[in-house]
Design a protein around this ligand. Structure first.
Ligand code: B12
Ligand code: SF4
Length: 667
């Protein structure tokens, strides 16, 4: 396959056009479905919008030779400058060791992209791991160049402090975005846009989304800038009024919940140059600043009727530019969760009460898959949804078979009695090759506490049915649900262990308190004494909590960690978006190519790290990177012990960008 290293530049655009942008950092192995879903719907209504995936195009910019040359130069000069000092402050030491470690990693990473896109190399585990490690090195370089920020395909944050407006202002004013030059080139190609909508789906897109807002307003003061997507919805719902108000310093509007009906009404209104706020206030799910300072106008909440959904339109995206040797498309046949009762879950818009479980009629969904297959030559699909109801999944499978579609798909399903061996075979026949289950716990008491509606006997039985039908099964579990004992956590690991021959991938994560979940709404019912946030977490994304009683000791935790390590050593597990993590594109491709057990055994150790000879350190180090790192660790441990503890009001812990900076100065 021929690879074009250059960054795609936008096509010619007429004046007053509308764009939807997907900002970095997110999974670059496939195109995310939110914006194509909107474009498909709007096109049906005769409204034209163009999509730009800056997440994938931005990656090409990061990989370009000129970008790396620029970084190498910056790191070299900075290292030389620090080396000239007699003494380094702690903050400089933090930067120093990162630069010393990153400089030898600087090289052309384009071969990593080439491996990921070449089937012959992708399915060779050693080559694959080499390329994967290359990307991780790239992010290590980025963390040194853009210190104190860190990036990956699933993260973009400060090394400690959560995003607040001060941190965002610093990020923007100091041009800390790795994409600044890329954005300026891309935006210049947009002509004179009337409307730009940015999709803030994942937390990892926060800094780049706000950065883009500012840049767009600087370049196109008259352009209407709007934010939408699950992450901004979550932020607006959970934050206080002052925070929400400040969001409108960056954007003209926020779209809550689903955007189809909102954009359907907003875009024609903008084209008609209407300035009557009352007309905007009538648009469903739209939120804007009111005329009185601190006030908002807010359209009625509307849940999208999936009978009106259209085939997602991926035509603006070059599908072969994603980081994979084959194409795969995301499709969302259902929205919401038909169960929607689990204590810990706040999936998307679920807990808002406005996101009922809905389905695209089966015949339509299959026609959509067929249309996408025809237009984009795709065989692989990920049904991207909270969950499919069993009746729906089975009807879909029957219809796929009846229509003679040749496709392979994967999705998330709930453990349900309806999945008999015969029905699992039907699902396989329709192309289902991988399924992820929210198993959560191996303790029946904890499953009841979670309101999960399943028990371990059913888990064993249904998982076996899928496995025996040839469908790969992934188990998502977590430990430390409030009220869970150490022994019960051990039961989860024991269940994975016992069922290991039929569990193809697993994750044993840690309980996270999700805003909007039942636990966070009624913490006292789960033995939680206090839920609090750090001062910098103005977006209310990372609630912290203290249990009323601390029943388990450190000993249990260590023993559990050891058990997890032991179990993990039997598998090849990895983090997003790499092969070995659950529900990713790469994992799916490997499962289909090499069989369901491909991750149920360790992979060969990664090849030795490649070091480019030009990348040797340009100066003799004056300070010891190891010592610098150790001092950082000591400081961080002490600092966090204080900064994460709630103050006297019990509601706020002091950690914030400001607090961190002051703590550094006090040293
Ligand atoms: C399927 C799914 C996945 C899949 C695929 C994700 C992917 N990268 O492609 C998998 C399992 C891999 C996954 C992984 C993760 N996920 Co996920 N995932 C989902 C899920 C269940 C459905 C997403 C979907 O397809 N929705 C259907 C589409 C059509 O809807 P949509 O994207 O919301 O878009 C609509 C609206 O938001 C709106 N809209 C969107 N953009 C815009 C822009 C404008 C201008 C407007 C007006 C409107 C608008 O209109 C769209 C059409 O209605 C959602 C939960 C949910 N129900 O949304 C979580 C969700 C998106 N995931 C989430 C998270 C956290 C993750 C992970 C970070 C988890 C982890 N711990 O690693 C990883 C990240 C992976 C990565 N690097 O990208 C969060 C994101 C919010 C957040 N707090 O970050 C969600 C919302 C779940 C939650 N906890 O609340 N995920
Ligand atoms: S954890 Fe899964 S089954 Fe439970 S409410 Fe959330 S989406 Fe539904």
């Amino acid at each position: 396959m021929k690879i074009h290293p250059q960054i795609n530049s936008a096509r010619t655009n007429p004046a007053n056009s509308s764009f939807l942008i997907f900002p970095p950092f997110a999974d670059p192995t496939w195109a995310y479905v939110g914006l194509p879903a909107l474009k498909g719907f709007l096109a049906r209504r005769g409204i034209d919008v163009s999509i730009r995936d800056y997440n994938i195009e931005g990656l090409y910019f990061l990989l370009a030779g000129k970008t790396m040359a620029d970084w190498r130069q910056r790191l070299t000069s900075r290292l030389q400058a620090l080396n000239r000092r007699q003494k380094l402050t702690l903050y400089e030491q933090m930067e120093y060791w990162r630069i010393a470690e990153a400089l030898p990693l600087c090289r052309d990473f384009f071969d990593c992209l080439a491996i990921m896109r070449d089937p012959a190399q992708f399915y060779n585990q050693k080559n694959y791991l080499r390329a994967r490690d290359g990307f991780e090195d790239l992010f290590q370089v980025l963390a040194a160049v853009y210190f104190p920020f860190r990036f990956s395909f699933n993260r973009a944050d400060h090394l400690l402090a959560p995003w607040d407006f001060k941190l965002l202002a610093y990020y923007i004013a100091e041009q800390r975005s790795p994409f600044d030059r890329f954005y300026r080139q891309q935006l210049a190609d947009l002509g004179e846009p009337r409307f730009i909508g940015l999709s803030l789906t994942f937390v990892s897109q926060i800094p780049e989304t706000f950065y883009l807002c500012r840049l767009i307003k600087e370049l196109f003061p008259a352009c209407f800038v709007m934010l939408g997507g699950p992450c901004i919805d979550q932020i607006v719902r959970n934050s206080d009024q002052k925070t929400v108000s400040r969001i409108f310093d960056y954007a003209d509007a926020v779209g809550l919940q689903e955007g189809e009906n909102t954009l359907e009404q907003l875009l024609p209104l903008l084209n008609s140059q209407c300035e009557d706020l009352e007309r905007f206030a009538a648009i469903p799910n739209l939120m804007m600043k009111g005329t009185v300072p601190g006030s908002f106008v807010h359209g009625p909440a509307l849940t999208f009727d999936l009978n009106e959904a259209a085939t997602p339109d991926y035509a603006d995206l070059e599908l072969d530019r994603y980081l994979a040797p084959e194409r795969l498309l995301l499709y969302s046949p259902t929205r919401g969760c038909y169960w929607n009762k689990c204590s810990f879950c706040s999936y998307g818009f679920n807990q808002s009460g406005r996101h009922a479980y809905r389905e695209i009629p089966v015949a339509r969904a299959v026609a959509d898959l067929q249309a996408m297959q025809r237009e984009f030559g795709v065989v692989n699909f990920y049904l991207s949804a909270d969950v499919l109801a069993p009746t729906y999944a089975l009807a879909l499978a029957e219809r796929i078979i009846a229509e003679g579609l040749d496709l392979r798909w994967s999705t998330d399903l709930r453990i349900e009695t309806s999945y008999t061996p015969e029905r699992c075979r039907l699902l396989y026949q329709s192309g289902l090759r991988a399924v992820a289950f929210g198993i959560e716990s191996g303790s029946d008491r904890v499953l009841r506490l979670m309101n999960k509606g399943i028990d371990t006997a059913l888990i064993r039985k249904i998982n076996r049915n899928f496995h025996q039908a040839g469908i790969s099964t992934s188990w998502m579990t977590f430990l430390n649900h409030p009220g869970e004992t150490g022994q019960e956590a051990g039961e989860t690991l024991a269940l994975i262990d016992q069922q290991g021959s039929m569990v193809d991938q697993f994750i044993a994560g840690e309980f996270n308190l999700t805003p909007g979940s039942l636990i966070s709404c009624h913490p006292e019912q789960y033995g939680i004494e206090a839920v609090y946030h750090t001062k910098g977490d103005v977006f209310r994304l990372f609630p912290l909590f203290n249990m009323a009683e601390n029943s388990d000791g450190q000993e249990d935790e260590d023993a559990l960690d050891e058990k997890i390590d032991k179990l993990s050593r039997r598998y090849h597990l990895d983090h997003y978006p790499w092969a070995g993590s659950i529900s990713t594109h790469h994992s799916f491709l490997y499962l289909v190519h090499s069989g369901p057990r491909v991750f149920a055994k360790p992979w060969p150790a990664p090849a030795k790290k490649h070091r480019h000879k030009d990348s040797l350190l340009p100066v003799k180090l004056k300070f010891s990177p190891a010592d610098c790192r150790r001092r950082e660790d000591v400081f961080m441990e002490r600092y966090l012990a204080e900064a994460l503890q709630p103050g006297e009001n019990g509601l706020t812990a002091p950690l914030s960008f400001d607090h961190f900076q002051k703590a550094l100065q006090r040293r």
